[in-house]
Design a protein around this ligand. Structure first.
Ligand code: NAD
Length: 453
């Protein structure tokens, strides 16, 4: 199949690369010239395990191309994926300006019959809006005498993406399920057929209507976010009464009706999806007169949870942190990615600086993002190239992201490098080392350790 993918971010690049890996002819298009120039010269602009090799294989095979020229890319396409960003609008709703601009360009430039696939995360009803925008652009062409436009046909399909950054390739090529929403069955089947090579063992494509597919994506993220906020609330209670949230987690997760995934408490969820999609779903509910009580609480719990590390530091050292230096392990919103969007480390670092502390930070992949974007220009933040060097002279270590490299560290070295052996564990990674019994002050999330206050 000849495929064009519009938007070459996390989702578009993975989608295009994976489809090229099964022999489709793929052109990935982006308006960001720098990004496309990097990709054309073999530089992968994001960190995603396995992606680098796969892109290079795709390019070498001749099946994967990168371009800024949408007109060329559409000239012989059969299927076009829209994978541009849907940032949060001012009222929390999804900002569809990029999706609808792309839809208009498709209508203006398409030269062949097309199946247009919404892969961006978009609110219910967007497939209909995309369809209307393309139809209008075609009508405009017909009105201005474009004879080709009159014969062109297209369908719009919703195919939301469920990949997780950090395991995007595995998620795309071995998905739990693929959701294809189509109001025209033939178009839905065509999109479903692209996933057949990833479905050798069992068929896991769920065909449905476009509106159900659009809601499925938001509902899935909302359910996962709800589980995290639920556990964070339980962890708060554990902290107060001296119970252990890890044991509670095992106690409830072993119930097959509940299951064990996404029950880990921590310092709040971040990333490009959960916070944004939660707010967008709340907004959609309000617009439709549905009271989003539960989802609003999920958001509220998470907003407060992002303050938890700061609260624990303040409880230990006091509100005035001048003269204190805090070492941070992990800046990305989760391991195996350099993505810092809505990462809990951002708020925590700002809070520490506002109270007069100095920050020393290390992350295996996200430091460039931090320096150039999310923490750029901040005085009193120093970056280190090594997880132990960052501890030198610090008064405490804060673990913010559970990178594998942080999971079994050398605690003797940590003790030597820190001014005082104080560890705040925002991901409950060090519970098994019983640090508080080994000369450390240890503060985690709903885990008995050193008592505060
Ligand atoms: P991203 O910001 O990494 O990439 C979006 C890309 O689209 C950028 O490179 C941008 O330059 C490009 N773009 C914008 N307008 C364009 C246009 N008119 N023509 C061509 N390119 C254009 O975004 P992302 O993380 O890949 O997310 C894309 C969509 O997928 C969003 O709706 C997001 O919510 C959804 N999603 C993301 C993830 C994830 O883990 N990142 C997972 C599932 C779904």
């Amino acid at each position: 199949m000849r495929i064009t993918v519009i938007g070459t971010g996390y989702v578009g690049l993975v989608t295009g690369t994976c489809f090229a890996s099964t022999g489709n002819r793929v052109v990935c298009v982006d308006t960001n010239h720098e990004k496309i120039a990097q990709l054309q010269s073999g530089v992968i602009p994001i960190f995603e395990p396995g992606l680098d090799e796969m892109v290079h294989r795709g390019v070498e095979s001749g099946d994967l191309h990168f371009s800024t020229n949408l007109e060329d890319a559409l000239s012989s396409a059969q299927v076009v994926f829209i994978a541009v960003g849907t940032p949060m609008g001012e009222d929390g709703s999804a900002d569809l300006r990029y999706v609808l601009a792309v839809a208009e360009s498709i209508g203006q430039l398409m030269k062949t019959d097309l199946v247009v696939v919404d892969k961006s995360t978009v609110p219910v009803g967007t497939a209909d809006r995309v369809r209307a925008v393309i139809a209008q652009a075609l009508r405009n062409r017909i009105d201005s005498g474009d004879s080709v436009a009159a014969s062109l046909k297209f369908d719009v399909v919703s195919n939301p993406e469920f990949l997780k950054e950090g395991s995007a390739i595995a998620d795309f090529t071995r998905p739990d399920r693929v959701v294809v929403g189509a109001d025209n069955e033939a178009a839905g089947q065509l999109v479903a057929s692209l996933y057949e090579p990833f479905m050798i063992q069992s068929h896991r494509v769920l065909l449905m209507d476009t509106r159900s597919a659009e809601i499925t994506k938001y509902a899935a993220n909302a359910m996962l976010a709800a589980r995290i906020s639920f556990m964070n609330e339980i962890a708060k209670l554990c902290d107060h009464v001296g119970a252990n949230t890890s044991r509670v987690r095992l106690g409830i997760g072993s119930d097959t009706r509940i299951g064990s995934a996404f029950l880990y408490p921590g310092c709040g969820y971040g990333g490009s999806c959960f916070p944004k999609n939660g707010k967008a779903l709340i907004q959609t509910m309000k617009e439709n007169g549905v009271d989003p009580t539960l989802l609003q609480s999920v958001e509220d719990v998470n907003r407060k949870q992002k303050q938890i590390m700061l609260e624990k530091v303040v409880a230990r050292f006091g509100n005035d942190l001048s003269g204190k230096t805090v070492a941070i392990w992990g800046l990305a919103f989760k391991p195996n990615t350099d993505d810092m969007r809505e990462a809990p480390a951002i708020e925590t670092i700002h809070g520490l600086l506002e109270r007069g502390a100095k920050v020393q930070a290390f992350d295996p992949e996200a430091m460039e993002q931090a320096k150039t974007c999310y923490l750029s220009g901040l005085e009193n933040v120093a970056y280190f190239e090594n997880k132990y060097d960052v501890l030198n002279g610090a008064d405490a270590l804060l673990l913010m992201t559970e990178w594998p490299a942080f999971r079994s560290p050398d605690f003797d070295e940590i003790r030597e490098r820190l001014r005082e052996p104080i560890v705040f564990d925002g991901r409950n990674q060090f519970e098994r080392f019983h640090l508080h019994e080994n000369g450390f002050e240890y503060f985690a999330i709903g885990i008995p350790g050193t008592k505060l206050g």
